[in-house]
Design a protein around this ligand. Structure first.
Ligand code: DXP
Ligand SMILES: NCC(=O)COP(=O)(O)O
Length: 245
């Protein structure tokens, strides 16, 4: 049984902090608790509008994380320069629209090959492992391979937001096919967005998935159960899925 890793996204600990402009709760503290509870990495999305994670969080976590940072950023000069200065273990390039409530879809790699090739090349030259946040779409997977990204993260939002069982099963089949195809052409395949305690197991059971990045649901559960238990419970579900229990 291949282990599946959990990247805990602490963005929405910062959402609570930004809601009042206080210094608490601190996503740096939450990240330390998550790592102690079994997180294999910490994911943070530094959005252009800094609605949750702010620059200070990135620079402090670069010094304090015991596992590794997966920094999600848009493909802009501002963000690329921050990534090249901080040099996190991983950078995941994501699409971003200021008006969106949350990430709405995958990055259009196929439609901007030269721009992505340049970004991937610059980040990789700095020793950063680059992932592209894309839809479960073979043309986008091929494009990710073409621009030299070693990792992709399949957007699971359509699966998570499916209304009927039939729709969810269709999205699961689409994701499964995409993961296996991407793995088959040599990409390391992660997945994430909208996963929670009641929908994570079928995704975690896909053997070729390397890591799941999960945030909103863990932070929401932590409000009731505490952060350590929320992380540990999610990791337990993922391991159970891999064991087929
Ligand atoms: C890229 C992705 O799916 C998540 O990291 C998401 O972007 C979390 O941040 P928001 O909730 O601000 O969209
Ligand atoms: N890339 C997905 C991620 O980091 C967390 O997404 P969500 O679980 O907050 O929807």
């Amino acid at each position: 049984m291949k282990e599946i890793l959990l990247g805990v996204n602490v963005d929405h600990v910062a959402t609570l902090r930004q809601a009042r402009g206080t210094t608490y709760p601190d996503p740096v503290h939450a990240a330390a608790v998550a790592e102690h509870a079994g997180a294999d990495g910490i994911t943070i999305h530094l959005r252009e509008d800094r609605r949750h994670i702010i620059d200070r969080d990135v620079y402090v976590m670069a010094k304090t994380l015991q596992t590794r940072m997966n920094l999600e950023i848009a493909v802009t000069e501002e963000m690329l320069n921050i990534a090249l200065e901080v040099k996190p273990a991983y950078v995941c390039l994501v699409p971003e629209k200021r008006e969106e409530l949350t990430t709405e879809g995958g990055l259009d790699v196929a439609g901007q090959l030269d721009k992505l090739k340049d970004a991937v090349s610059r980040l990789s030259a700095a020793g950063i492992k680059v992932s592209l946040f894309i839809d479960a779409d073979k043309s986008q997977i091929d494009a990710a391979k073409a621009v030299g990204a070693p990792y992709i993260e399949i957007h699971t939002g359509c699966y998570a937001e499916a209304i009927t069982d039939a729709e969810q099963q269709a999205e699961l089949a689409r994701i499964t096919d995409a993961v296996k195809y991407a793995h088959g052409i040599g990409l390391v395949v992660n997945a994430g967005h909208g996963l929670h305690y009641h929908n994570v197991k079928p995704i975690a059971a896909i053997a070729e998935i390397y890591e799941l990045n999960i945030g909103h649901a863990i932070v929401a559960r932590a409000v009731i159960d505490g952060f350590a238990k929320a992380v540990a419970d999610m990791k337990k579900l993922m391991i159970e899925a891999r064991l087929g229990v």
